[in-house]
Design a binder for this molecule. Structure first.
Ligand SMILES: Cc1cc2nc3c(=O)[nH]c(=O)nc-3n(C[C@H](O)[C@H](O)[C@H](O)COP(=O)(O)O)c2cc1C
Length: 175
């Protein structure tokens, strides 16, 4: 799939088929995550792969918007490792890039995925840290829920807005 096609056709998937994700595909999305850009190439991430579905009810108890876990076979908790951060404050941006890479890679290899927000919601962050006994330097950032989509998306939403673009000076329309 062409990169721009993948970006535009990706949608958040919240309903999954009862089918496991193959090991090779999990590795592909993790590899895509690790090829994300990062400040001074610091790569301050760690990925916790969760394929034991018995862990999902505990997450749904504290996460108000993670009910898609009911049908999901897999989730990846993207974490920032403060000990690996070189340029202070950039781990959030780096982990965002890695998370988006996971979403796009998943879509381009025929999977569906959705980002369930963790950072900066302190309660959710603390709950993930204690559930998975994360070390203090490892900060839970986003839960990316992945599987084979049970939803077929027919129409692309219209999102291109020319009025959100300026040319050379603020407010001069780019047309
Ligand atoms: C930072 C962030 C947090 C999000 N948190 C959640 C969430 O907790 N639960 C959820 O179902 N979707 C969540 N989403 C997905 C958004 O709702 C979704 O991307 C948005 O509605 C646009 O739809 P699309 O992804 O299909 O283009 C999150 C997305 C981002 C980037």
């Amino acid at each position: 799939m062409d990169t721009v096609d993948a970006i535009i056709s990706r949608r958040s998937v919240r309903l999954f088929l009862d089918r496991n994700v193959e090991y090779e595909k999990i590795e592909t999305v993790l590899k895509a995550a690790m090829y994300a850009p990062s400040a001074v190439n610091e790569q301050p991430w760690h990925f916790l792969v969760i394929n034991d579905r018995k862990l999902f009810p505990a997450i749904m108890k504290f996460h108000p918007y993670a009910s898609m876990l009911k049908t999901a076979p897999l989730a990846i908790l993207v974490c920032g490792d403060l000990e690996k951060e070189v340029a202070a404050g950039n781990w959030v941006l780096d982990c965002s890039c890695a998370s988006q890479n996971i979403l796009l890679a998943a879509h381009s290899i025929g999977l569906g995925a959705v980002w369930a927000g963790v950072y900066p919601e302190e309660e959710r962050m603390n709950s993930f840290s204690s559930l998975f006994r994360l070390p203090e330097n490892v900060i839970p950032f986003a839960l990316i829920v992945i599987g084979y989509s049970a939803t077929v998306f027919s129409k692309q939403p219209a999102r291109f807005k020319a009025e959100r673009i300026s040319l050379n000076s603020w407010g001069t329309l780019y047309e």
